[in-house]
Design a binder for this molecule. Sequence first.
Ligand SMILES: Cc1cc2nc3c(=O)[nH]c(=O)nc-3n(C[C@H](O)[C@H](O)[C@H](O)COP(=O)(O)OP(=O)(O)OC[C@H]3O[C@@H](n4cnc5c(N)ncnc54)[C@H](O)[C@@H]3O)c2cc1C
Length: 481
Amino acid sequence: MHRLVEQLTRICGADGTIVTRHARDTYGSDGLLQYHVTPGVVVLPDTAEQVRAVVGACHQAGVPWVARGSGTGLSGGAVPVEDGVLIGLNRMRRVLQVDLDNERVVVEPGVTNVDVSAAVAPTHVYPPDPSSQIVCSIGGNVAENSGGAHCFKYGFTTNYVTGLEVVLPDGEVVTLGGAELDRPGYDLVGAFVGSEGTLGIATKITLRVIPKPEDHRTLVAYFDDTTEAGQTVSDIVAASIVPGAIEMMDQLTIQAAEAATHAGYPLDVGAALIVELDGPVAECDARFDEVVDICQRNGATGIRVAADERERELIWKTRKAAFGAMGRISPNYYVQDGVIPRTRLPDVLGRISDLAREHGLKVANVFHAGDGNLHPLVCYDGRAPGEAETAERLAGLILQACVDAGGSLTGEHGIGLDKREHMNKMFSEADLDAFQRLRCAFDPQGLANPGKVMPTPRLCGEVPGPYRQHPLEAAGVAERF
Ligand SMILES: Cc1cc2nc3c(=O)[nH]c(=O)nc-3n(C[C@H](O)[C@H](O)[C@H](O)COP(=O)(O)OP(=O)(O)OC[C@H]3O[C@@H](n4cnc5c(N)ncnc54)[C@H](O)[C@@H]3O)c2cc1C
């Protein structure tokens, strides 16, 4: 390690190589604060060439590494490996090319999600919009196949990445895809998007952008319960209306988020449904009245229509503040991320509320309702003995309920460290072996983000060098605190 650190310092410079214990500690967790591992060394490369040299040096030394964007991930994907190298990509934040005529933008991985839209404003927009968009990096979005409120209509990150420059785990640089939408050969861009840092590091990303919708109309409707709000979502979709976004919050979430934003949401309603139509003015006008009508038919107790951009922003600010605002009602919380078929919303919410009661914990719910993507927020007090473990158990049972309802383990936050042991709820051993064979084709030494995604440590055949043992076993599995 000592020799490797000297080599990394030559590559990234002293100001791009972090060796002191307290400074390395600050990179120990991502947005899932339940895990913390201090990396052996942190490097902050400034260029793709430096990334290539760093990964190549790790390959030669047989030392595992973890890529990190902004560290907002909620599944522990960027949690380091002890005695491994953490590669922070936030210094690589250049917009390399804007080609609005062909609706493409090329960026480095550390550019934030909002800065992609800013680079193509005011005529164009990059639609995938995670609530963390002012901070999270586009490299992290690619690795997690991130979603957001507007993905119901516009699709996820994977629908916008057309090309990637990737540093493979042996330090080789390859180009996957390009500017075109349909590329010859295997869809390796598709395989890379959502691979959670296990196949290599994206150093250059070509994205599709779209013309900014001409108009938008936004309302928030209030209901006595989430069942009525859920039925409203189904009825809107059944009427062939495709809103730009449909988002739901339950009472506990409204109370926490309103305390943070003071946007004027009533605190006594059972659910709030934000519906935003976008597109041509005529289409928004024509369909908006239909949406109001459907809300009323399903028992909406009040409807607030955004009168101007300021009010629209206020309505959205409350939804986007929902996760962070949980701190107002609970010392700790665990963000769960599962998917269910939209029509199963009432049963699954009923099951979540039964589970919460049985475990003696509160669960707030916030959803990308159009996609059936639930974010149950399991509230607990980490100072109370055993409560963190109870919260984790409850979160696992919620995931099981989603899978039992015909859904999925994750809608957008990825598997990471947090959900790897749940993978066999959804996939057979043969499925997991197929994933592993793909991973081994990219990373036969098992050095790229080891211990993530797969439920049990797996190797790719006989591994040469010091990491004959799986790197996570050699280093000690991530400790929980
Ligand atoms: C308040 C809050 C709200 C959120 N809302 C949403 C939401 O609405 N939708 C959503 O999808 N997510 C959301 N998230 C989760 C998170 O913001 C996303 O997963 C985001 O894409 C992570 O980006 P990051 O730059 O922080 O990545 P990190 O957390 O740093 O890393 C995430 C993963 O990406 C890998 N990685 C990072 N950069 C690269 C690269 N260049 N090449 C290869 N692998 C790389 C890492 O190894 C890790 O596995 C939210 C998080 C928070 C804290």
